[in-house]
Ligand binder design. Structure first.
Ligand code: 6PG
Length: 250
């Protein structure tokens, strides 16, 4: 399906455009299979998208068929303000009619994150049975200023993982203990959406879009869907200011 770079004036515009596209994907998937599996991103950028899904787009999303997973998680209690689950709960999950059993947070209560990673992989394998890789309908991702995505950071051994779907990782930003999907687990998704806003992401975005990706240096460059669609939803500040290229296939 290829990759697509879509540039918008600001975070509000890119969030609205991404919400519009997301609810269309959800409706199509739910109509076709009765289910729409989404892996949420953490951090701050997706907050506005989640708020829009909980308000303006609430009535257009087939919530009973939506299965919510996470692409990564900080290894802190779910009620910790740094938790990605907590951010999604307060901006989206608490406001929509999602059955409780459709929400699959990454566990962070085991003493050993490695144990939690294996437990989450079992959850995913139960949802995507008899598959070599998970087949999310949509994976949402953010981009760190130094090129990380999910909790895949530059130089991480997780970047060369070719068998496991979920791993524990130590990262150079607080909180350091993380759980994350691996690149193959991300790359087998039907659709992958990056949400990127702000001038601080400009260099990382340029690296991630480079023709010859340096994944060790910029893990986001390793997000290359096997047979799905990749869309970059970015604002002008991240792309390089007003007049930056708008919609176009890379
Ligand atoms: C996390 C995210 C992480 C995030 C980037 C960008 O748990 O923090 O999964 O990968 O997407 O760090 O974060 P911002 O959107 O806050 O810039």
């Amino acid at each position: 399906m290829g990759s697509d770079l879509r540039v918008y004036p600001d975070l509000e515009a890119l969030s609205r455009a991404a919400a519009e596209s997301l609810v269309e994907l959800a409706a199509a998937a739910a109509a076709q299979t009765g289910c729409f599996s989404i892996a949420l991103a953490g951090g701050q950028t997706p907050r506005r998208l989640y708020q829009l899904l909980a308000t303006d787009y609430r009535g257009r999303t087939p919530w009973p068929g939506v299965e919510v997973f996470w692409g990564d998680e900080r290894y802190v209690p779910h009620d910790d303000p740094r938790s990605d689950y907590q951010m999604a709960r307060e901006t989206l999950l608490a406001a929509v009619p999602l059955p409780r059993e459709n929400i699959h947070p990454m566990p962070t209560d085991a003493a050993d994150p490695e144990e939690a990673a294996q437990a989450y992989e079992r959850v995913l394998r139960a949802h995507f049975p008899s598959r070599p890789w998970p087949r999310f309908d949509l994976v949402l991702l953010g981009l760190g200023a130094e090129g990380h995505t999910a909790s895949l950071f530059p130089g991480s051994p997780a970047l060369v993982e070719e068998r496991r779907w979920v791993v524990a990782a130590e990262v150079p930003v607080a909180p350091p203990r993380r759980l994350t999907l691996t690149l193959p687990a991300i790359n087998h998704a039907r659709h992958i959406y990056f949400l990127v806003a702000g001038a601080g992401k400009r260099e990382a975005l340029a690296q991630a879009l480079a023709e010859t990706p340096d994944v060790a240096r910029c893990p986001a460059a390793g997000v290359r869907p096997v047979d799905g669609e990749l869309v970059w939803w970015v604002d002008e500040a991240a792309r390089g200011g007003p007049g930056a290229t708008s919609e176009g296939t890379m």
